[in-house]
Design a protein around this ligand. Sequence first.
Ligand SMILES: C[S@@+](CC[C@H](N)C(=O)[O-])C[C@H]1O[C@@H](n2cnc3c(N)ncnc32)[C@H](O)[C@@H]1O
Length: 271
Amino acid sequence: MTSHKEKIRLTPEQETLLITLYSKAMGCPESLFADEKSREILEHIDYDFSQLKIPVGTRLTVCIRAKKIDDYVMDFLADNPKGLVLHLGCGLDSRYNRVDNGDIEWYDLDMQEVIDLRKNFFEETDRYHMIASSVTDLRWLETIPSQGRAVMVIAEGLMMYLTEEEVRSLILKLKDNYPGCEFVFDAYSTLTARSVKGHPSLRRTGAVIHWGIDDAKEIEKWGDGIRLKEEWYFTQSEAIEILAFGYRLIFKLTGFFMVARKAHRILYCAL
Ligand SMILES: C[S@@+](CC[C@H](N)C(=O)[O-])C[C@H]1O[C@@H](n2cnc3c(N)ncnc32)[C@H](O)[C@@H]1O
């Protein structure tokens, strides 16, 4: 990387990647999640991050989510060392660098402007690729054959920006293209989807949230054989034990109320 700083020219939904980049770069706390590559990238972005007013709670949630999804991918790779991983709405995340086992093939997908920015920080190889496309333009799936490999698809902080129809079409197309694949993503409740526009960082970017779901089992009704393997609440994270007292208390209290637990959680489906 050069000392040159990259100017940011992104749409509101794309700009939200700076919230997660900053959160991952800051770690929260270090022992929970540390990401050197995010720190490096942050130093090379020409942007006033203070204007995002990222609450500590958001940084925490982003790191807990990233750690949990890393764990899911590492479990998948333990069982399928030569597996194929598709990472949708990747932003500037460096999960491939964090979990690569030397054998997997990995595709990071995001919109053209994001991939153009990303190419300043990541290089393609014969096992690591970047795709510039909206995830909703389902033609991108035709370009990645599974060739008999086990497939895991992940979407971190993406699905809430899609409409329900887009979410459903994506899931059905993934199922069609990669029967039996694993799909891990985080989802808001409908209440969160309606109320999150008051979040200071989202408000600053102007991004619009569309999708939330209350009963995650509903997804099983979208297609034969779709199975919700796990609905994982942030309050289940072991990380809570190492948080400062105030945050530990908030997470523990949240754990008592279903509506609060479901406000934002990770869903793990087999398609
Ligand atoms: C909150 S950021 C999350 C970035 C990354 N997953 C992370 O956790 O660091 C949301 C990302 O979704 C991407 N995104 C939003 N709508 C998209 C779409 N229709 N197709 C592809 N990417 C999309 C944005 O460009 C952005 O990179």
